[in-house]
Design a protein around this ligand. Structure first.
Ligand code: 1HE
Length: 271
């Protein structure tokens, strides 16, 4: 159903570039508005599965005028129900690898962030929207349903009620509205998304690896657990992270006044 060799130069619709501890993975199919074909999904998965050891965080963005127009509608036009189910599974597996991979992901969104494009963005750990970005779920209009995990992930971000309303009515959220409802963590001027994303990713890459691991892998599970289980899991994870030599060294650095304080200016340089 999807094929891609292990050769990095086999990329057709995704480009990958390395900048020290930050790797940029860019949807690069602008003539189709970065619509997500199975080839694109396979290439994304390949890129995230083959991050170099020195990569500590990833920026995911899109080339051209739009982040992503969602599912490649030409692919599902003739599929059977069984093929449709398998199609979703291919997306689910690739998105799992991104969300629960080794490195936190900062998604930079501009222009259209539609359907499967929003499902992909919701896989990331941090989302930056440029002014002019807009979010839509036209599934009702297209006669289909979410199929890339959006019912779960986008609902967790903004609530199932808003997801339903977007799909039923075609309601589109602007970047600023996306910030308010929880689709974006940061809004920046048009054209500034990549810079902001790189700065955030570079900062993330300086965190203790075990902290980033706990944030990516333990926090989502803890948030789903009943209170008593969640507190137990949190306590165990806290004990493991704080026992690590890296944590000890960082705490000592603060106590000896060698580490930065947390101030209202903490966002400077990442605004
Ligand atoms: C596409 C797609 C696509 C563009 N699949 N080919 N997604 C949608 O319902 C969004 C559909 N797309 C649009 O609304 C618009 O294309 C955009 C607002 C994103 C951009 O508009 P514009 O004027 O810049 O571009 P365009 O002229 O509409 O499109 C340029 C080309 O991209 C054109 O192909 P061409 O061969 O005629 O040049 C389009 O057909 C093609 N194109 N979007 C295939 N999505 C896992 S379930 C997820 C469910 C969903 O994602 S539902 C939402 C689907």
């Amino acid at each position: 159903m999807h094929a891609m060799s292990q050769e990095p130069n086999a990329y057709q619709h995704v480009s990958v570039s390395h900048h020290g501890a930050v790797t940029c993975v860019t949807l690069n199919r602008p003539h189709k508005r970065n619509a997500l074909s199975l080839q694109v999904i396979a290439e994304l998965r390949h890129a995230f599965d083959h991050l170099p050891a020195e990569t500590g965080a990833v920026v995911l963005d899109g080339a051209g005028e739009h982040f992503c127009a969602g599912l490649d509608l030409s692919e599902l036009a003739e599929t059977s129900p069984a093929e449709g189910l398998m199609h979703s599974r291919v997306w689910y597996e690739a998105f799992e690898r991104i969300q629960f991979g080794r490195c936190p992901v900062v998604c930079v969104m501009h222009g259209a962030v539609i359907g499967g494009g929003l499902e992909l963005a919701s896989v990331a750990h941090v989302r930056v929207a440029e002014q002019g970005a807009y979010f839509g779920l036209p599934e009702g209009q297209r006669g289909i349903f979410l199929g890339g995990g959006g019912s779960v992930r986008v609902s967790k971000l903004i609530g199932a009620s808003r997801v339903a309303e977007m799909m039923l009515t075609g309601h589109v959220y602007t970047a600023d509205e996306g910030l308010v409802v929880g689709l974006a963590h940061h809004v920046v001027a048009a054209g500034e998304g990549r810079r902001k994303g790189m700065e955030l990713a570079a900062r993330i890459a300086t965190n203790a690896p075990l902290s980033n691991f706990a944030i990516m892998h333990a926090l989502p599970l803890i948030a789903e657990q009943p209170m008593s289980h969640g507190l137990m899991t949190e306590g165990l994870m806290a004990t493991i992270t704080q026992s690590d030599a890296e944590a000890k060294a960082r705490m000592q650095a603060f106590l000896q006044k060698r580490a930065g304080k947390v101030t209202p200016q903490a966002n400077e340089g990442v605004q």
